[in-house]
Design a binder for this molecule. Structure first.
Ligand code: SF4
Ligand code: SF4
Length: 426
């Protein structure tokens, strides 16, 4: 792991601001790891309410999708997608009234009586996925095939620039503790550790105070990248190595991102599906970088405008962190459930570097946080040898970006790995 320049100062400690309702939302039918929600519950011209289910699936691994505004479906069409380039999206024109489909909080008494299966069912119906970027359906992760002994709550937020998770931990620490209790009950686990890096003193204090009564441990880790990755975090917190091809449950661990925990709290206590999230919108050319609560489906252009004016034309816009994030080709791409940040970079911050041939220096191999052979995966993927790329461990790659970062030849290693993964998942 390495220590990177953090650049969190643009938004660190800035109160979460709510973005005004967008005029239109562009809600992709693919917002989870797995096949898209191809069973549409609405058609063009239909009126919709906020929280209404608009797309589901018959697949085993999926998470339903809800409308984030009330209004009318104006189109269902292919639209830019922040991860896969393009996907089907349900476009909804807001009526500005924000009328809700379901409402009503559950009573404390009802919540106390919920069984693990009932908690999972509510989490599923609320469309919750891993909000740290992984987007794996949470109800499945809450039903692991092996007994869990340790629950780790991930507030590492190790990517430079991003501050949404830590700000949420500062502002919603009590609710997060209630969410942790629900997850711990669901997994029948007593050992709960909140993992947080030492560069977030305000969040550490808030979480320590909120956790004191519940008796959950708070583990403060030296800030390093990519410590927020599940395998790295399990190693840092529990000292356990997860072998290649295995998952945290294989060593008795379950890792949940703090924003996901908060979404679970809201689903159970407020009966609220996942239709909005906190996004860090940041960069030196924004006049007012912010942590923003915004509706799923909002084009990032509106988030950028809310933080403007821009001091110069952006040279690059990244969704996610600068290491694991994806450069976008349009600012009309929408926020989805896994969008952690929008980073707007100037020309001087994102120089175009020509790709050279691999000089077999081994730098990427030494840098790889998963002990893989990035140069060989890159070569195989560039030749379209998907099976060979798989044999080299492409599916174990966590896309941390350290190989590309360390490559003197500016090889686009991560892009080629992502391409190979997409091909292998077809
Ligand atoms: S191959 Fe590259 S992106 Fe993948 S885990 Fe290794 S260093 Fe990270
Ligand atoms: S760091 Fe770049 S140049 Fe060096 S071995 Fe890896 S791919 Fe080749």
């Amino acid at each position: 792991m390495v220590r990177l320049e953090e650049n969190k100062f643009y938004t660190a400690g800035k109160k979460i601001e709510t973005l005004p309702l967008p005029a239109k939302v562009y809600i992709p039918t693919l917002q989870h790891l797995g096949k898209p929600c191809d069973k549409l519950e609405v058609k063009t011209g239909d009126p919709v309410l906020k929280c209404q289910v608009i797309a589901t699936s018959e697949a085993k691994v999926f998470s339903p999708i809800h409308s984030s505004v009330s209004g009318k479906v104006s189109a269902i069409t292919n639209w830019p997608h922040p991860v896969v380039g393009k996907s089907k999206a349900i476009i909804i024109e807001s009526d500005g009234q924000d009328k809700q489909f379901v409402s009503g909080h559950r009573s404390e008494d009802e919540i106390k009586k919920l069984s693990p299966q009932q908690i999972r069912e509510i989490v599923f119906k609320a469309g919750i996925v891993g909000m740290g970027g992984a987007s794996f359906p949470t109800h499945i992760k809450l039903n692991p095939p092996k007994q869990i002994t340790s629950l780790i709550v991930n507030i590492a937020e190790c990517e430079p620039y991003l501050t949404g998770d830590s700000q949420l931990a500062i502002e919603k620490s009590k609710e997060i503790v209630l969410g942790i209790e629900l997850v711990a009950r669901c997994l029948a686990v007593k050992d709960v550790i909140i993992a947080i890096e030492d560069n977030k003193p305000e969040a550490i204090q808030a979480v320590q105070e909120a956790c004191a009564k519940a008796g959950y441990a708070v583990k403060i880790l030296a800030s390093q990248y990519p410590q927020g990755g599940e395998k790295q975090l399990v190693k840092s917190v529990l000292g356990k190595e997860i072998p290649q091809g295995k998952l945290p449950f294989d060593v008795g661990a379950n890792v949940q991102n703090v924003s996901t925990i908060y979404a679970i709290f809201e689903a159970i206590y407020k009966n609220k599906p996942l239709y909005e999230r906190v996004v860090t919108v940041t960069g030196s050319i924004l006049a007012q970088p912010k942590n923003i609560l915004c509706r799923i489906g909002t084009p990032i252009k509106e988030l950028i405008n809310f933080c403007g004016p821009l001091k110069e034309e952006p040279a690059k816009i990244i969704i996610g962190g600068p290491m694991m994030g994806i450069a976008q080709f349009t600012d009309m791409v929408p926020v989805i459930k896994s969008t952690t940040g929008v980073i707007v970079l100037s020309k001087s911050e994102s120089p175009v570097k020509d790709e050279d041939s691999c000089i077999r220096c081994g730098s990427c191999v030494r840098a790889c946080s998963m002990g893989l052979l990035p140069c060989l995966m890159n070569q195989a993927a560039e030749k379209g040898l998907w099976q060979q790329a798989k044999d080299y461990g492409v599916l174990d790659c966590m896309e941390c970006g350290l190989c590309s970062y360390s490559c003197p030849s500016n090889r686009k290693i991560v892009q080629s790995i992502r391409r190979a993964k997409l091909e292998l998942n077809k």
